[in-house]
Design a protein around this ligand. Structure first.
Ligand code: BMA
Length: 836
């Protein structure tokens, strides 16, 4: 909201003290820090701390959490007119903070996820300088004597050590199975003084109730506060072309919601289905001609529903599918984690790049996972503009939570703040109560045999949905992911986290596990995705190492060895799982380069296999969100894009598997193979498919052509045959019109393929307008062909593919600055055989 003037509080100083000892003379000097700002990075810049992401430094930063931190600044008090008030506003404080103005305590904070507003007008003298100080207590001190609710056996250690579930603070900050243990502290969002007019706009909401291309019923809500007598409100809706679609002026005392019918509305769609027209909704509060306050929000006209009706073709099961503007969609995407552990570091670059990457990978949904943060406005704006839906978890993950009055009150303030901040975004598709709390609790109950209720369940079952019923009644709500059905992870209803592959957690056909846990290679092979008959898979994933150049940028040369202790510090999950995962696919790695190649290949092939299976099951399955899209630091994880922004092989495999029209082979056992076409577009696919079996050196064994007529929103089997496993053959499918990308089936693991060890791609490259245009061709079959570079900013229009005998591909390589041929080289699996 703007209107009254405001004084930015962005120049601060910080320093640490012995907890509770108070200021002491001497010692380290105060360090300048901009707010929002991060304490660790400030220390790094000042030379007091080695960068926690570099080398083995993570644990050397552990002292930071045990200190008391003070942030201070000064400001000149603004002039406040008749009837105006001055407020001190923090958009976020991390976390246990006491605020002092000129030495006197004026308030406390204990929740990182809400804003804090302190009325300070009475204490200020206009034009004079005042001192502001915020004391952050170590979390251990703030929580002294408090015990977390009884934790689960599997998670006991970490939770009781950090007590993370007692604080409304980013849960991943205490370490996760992909993230370092670096809990943050400080003024992590903007701070300012605001001169508030005698009345102001507190909130503006825009809701689409019904929408077709002919007509939309919408509603505008305006909330004002203060003394509104004699004031007027002006409400203007401007269409995406800048024309006034609606304008109303009314007495400010009038607060009823405004029903608004729009004829021929410009509907907001995901990028794969249509355009992203945004309207501007502006509300002004006027005193005669004087503008007291003004708010503008970019809004979209669209409806979003969650269809959970019975699935007529799978008795006993119900759908879990998003319906956008009346159209059922297949949700394709990934789970999102914070872009860095240093969450106050608000650089926009990773957001721009990552959301563009998501859209480019044919993703139409991102899940903001509940162990991270409610992302900054920029993230949601980008999703609106790029046509990517958001599944938004509330920030509770993998823990039991308290439900005492103080905790619930804190959660209420947080929910109120976040829902009001985000509800107007057309990309907002779902609010979800938590990540995995019900599912882990249920496993714990099953294993222990002791039936106890989930601590904190009231939050997701009553508190949050109760608030949403008034704050945002049209966006669907889901209590916890996974959830629904007789078991939270049941494949018959709701959503599923499929961790059979990787974690060895057995599938839940209905209401219970049917086999024991275990991650022996044969228990976790990626082919087990084929057993998944779920409605919607909101997590599934396979780990892979980042690019070698990324590891080199962050690690000590001595640790560039998968056996070294330093390397293991980069793998926060149990490192033996990766070895079990790749064993049947590539065999064990001998070198670091092997480790990178083998894990990247297995991740790419496994996710391709899973996504193709899930899409063949449309409409019974209506969504696949893989774990995880991005990284918060340079590490080995399930991400598709590493911390430095380099795409792993799986990024491209996923991009292809998520294409709007997909041709994929499904194996039924004993050599029986089916070809399926999955059509997620709004037009039928009328085409022909050429299916061919060839030897690796390009000799045709047979080829067949079938006619395709695939209706909209459908997945159909169009061909079947028998293709016995063979180490010298590849089954391919291609379109005769380019309606879909070619695909292939290898019937043996890559390590058993009889590839020609001497064969290499023929590469030509030329620079055109600062981009590199590369042509790659093959005389015989080449597996895992990919371009690599030491530059992290490069983007490849295509990468990590196999080349068939006689095939040529063109790739465009672009970067933040011009790309030269010398910066890019090509590798493939055939090289590796030559090396071995
Ligand atoms: C899930 C997530 C995360 C975790 C991931 C990988 O279940 O919700 O908690 O990081 O699996 O183990």
């Amino acid at each position: 909201m703007s209107g009254g003037s405001s004084v930015r509080l962005d120049q601060w100083e910080l320093r640490d003290f012995d907890p509770g000892a108070g200021p002491v003379e001497g010692g380290e000097a105060w360090l300048a820090v901009a707010a929002p700002g991060d304490t660790y990075l400030t220390l790094v810049n000042a030379g007091r701390l080695d960068h926690p992401y570099k080398a083995r430094n993570e644990h050397a930063a552990a002292w930071v959490r045990d200190r008391e931190w003070r942030w201070r600044t000064t400001f000149v008090a603004p002039e406040a007119g008749e009837g105006e008030t001055v407020e001190l506003v923090f958009d976020g404080l991390d976390t246990f903070a006491t605020v002092y103005l000129d030495g006197a305590e004026i308030g406390r904070a204990d929740n990182m996820f809400r804003h804090w507003i302190f009325s300070v007008g009475d204490r200020l003298r206009a034009g004079e300088t005042h001192a502001l100080e915020v004391r952050f207590d170590p979390t251990a001190v703030a929580l002294e004597g408090k015990t977390p609710p009884p934790p689960w056996a599997a998670f006991t250690d970490r939770i009781s050590r950090s007590k993370r579930n007692l604080m409304r603070k980013a849960q991943f900050g205490w370490g996760w199975d992909w993230g370092p243990d670096l809990p943050t502290v400080g003024v992590w969002k903007k701070a300012r003084l605001e001169v508030r007019p005698r009345a102001r706009i507190d909130d503006v909401a825009f809701t689409t109730l019904t929408a077709t291309s002919a007509r939309a019923e919408t509603r505008i809500d305006v909330e004002l506060s203060g003394t509104t007598a004699g004031l007027r409100t002006e409400i203007v809706l401007t269409d995406p072309q800048g024309r006034t679609a609606f304008r109303q002026e009314r007495d400010a005392a009038e607060t009823a919601p405004i029903p608004l019918t729009l004829d021929a509305p410009q509907l907001w769609w995901t990028h794969d289905l249509g355009a992203q027209p945004l309207y501007d909704l502006t509300v002004r509060l006027l005193d005669g001609d004087r503008l007291l306050d003004e708010t503008t929000r970019a809004v979209g006209v669209r409806t979003i529903d969650l269809d959970q009706s019975p699935d007529p073709d799978e008795p006993g099961a119900t759908f879990f599918r998003f319906v956008l503007n009346g159209m059922p969609i297949f949700a394709k995407g990934a789970c999102w984690v914070p872009t860095t552990s240093f969450v106050a570091d608000v650089a926009s670059e990773p957001y721009d790049r990552l959301i563009a990457h998501a859209a480019r990978a044919n993703m139409n949904m991102i899940r903001v996972w509940g162990g991270g943060i409610y992302e900054p406005d920029l993230f949601y704006d980008l999703c609106d503009r790029k046509g990517v839906l958001i599944w938004q978890d509330f920030m509770f993950a993998c823990a039991p939570y308290p439900d005492d009055d103080a905790f619930v009150a804190s959660v209420r303030a947080e929910v109120d703040h976040q829902v009001r901040r985000l509800r107007h975004h057309p990309s907002m598709a779902l609010w979800c109560g938590n990540n995995e709390n019900e599912a882990i609790h249920r496993i714990d109950v099953d294993v222990s045999g002791v039936e106890v209720p989930l601590p904190g369940a009231v939050l997701y079952d009553a508190v949050v949905p109760g608030m949403l019923a008034t704050l945002d009644p049209t966006t669907p709500y889901w209590p916890g992911s996974p959830g629904g059905g007789a078991h939270p992870n049941s494949m018959k209803a709701g959503d599923v986290h499929d961790w059979t592959v990787w974690h060895g957690i057995p599938p839940i056909p209905d209401d219970r596990m049917v086999e024991p846990f275990g991650y022996a290679p044969e228990k976790i092979v990626y082919q087990r995705y084929a057993e998944d008959t779920a409605r919607f898979i909101s997590e599934f994933g396979i780990q892979a190492a980042p690019a070698l150049a990324t590891l080199k940028r962050w690690m000590d040369p001595a640790d560039l060895d998968p056996e070294s202790e330093g390397f293991h510090l980069r793998i926060k999950d149990e490192s033996k799982k990766a070895l079990a995962m790749i064993d049947p696919v590539t065999g064990p790695p001998a070198t670091l380069q092997d480790y990178i190649d083998f894990t990247q290949w297995t991740q790419a092939e496994g996710l391709k296999f899973g996504i193709e299976h899930f899409r063949r099951r449309r409409p019974h399955c209506s969504g696949a969100l893989l774990w995880q899209f991005n990284d918060c630091w340079p590490c080995v994880s399930w991400s598709l894009i590493d911390y430095d922004g380099v795409e792993k092989a799986a990024y491209h495999a996923v991009r292809r598997a998520f294409a709007p029209v997909l041709a994929s082979f499904g194996e039924l056992g004993d050599g029986a193979v089916e070809l399926w076409i999955s059509n997620d577009t709004q037009s039928p696919v009328e085409d022909r498919a050429v299916i061919a079996l060839t030897t690796l050196d390009g000799r045709a064994i047979w080829s067949e052509e079938v006619a395709l007529d695939i209706p909209v929103d459908a997945s159909l089997s169009v061909w079947s045959g028998v293709v016995p496993a063979c180490d010298d053959q590849v089954l391919t499918v291609r379109s005769t019109t380019g309606a879909y990308e070619a695909n292939r089936l290898l019937t043996v693991p890559v390590m058993d393929l009889k590839l020609d060890a001497r064969a290499r791609p023929v590469m030509t490259a030329r620079v055109v307008d600062g981009a590199l245009e590369v042509e790659l061709s093959a005389r015989v079959y080449l597996a895992f062909v990919h371009l690599v570079s030491d530059r992290a900013d490069l983007e490849f229009s295509d990468n990590h593919f196999d080349l068939r005998a006689g095939e040529t591909r063109n790739i465009r390589v672009t970067g933040a600055s011009p790309v030269t041929a010398a910066e890019v080289s090509v590798r493939c699996w055939n090289d590796r055989i030559a090396e071995a």
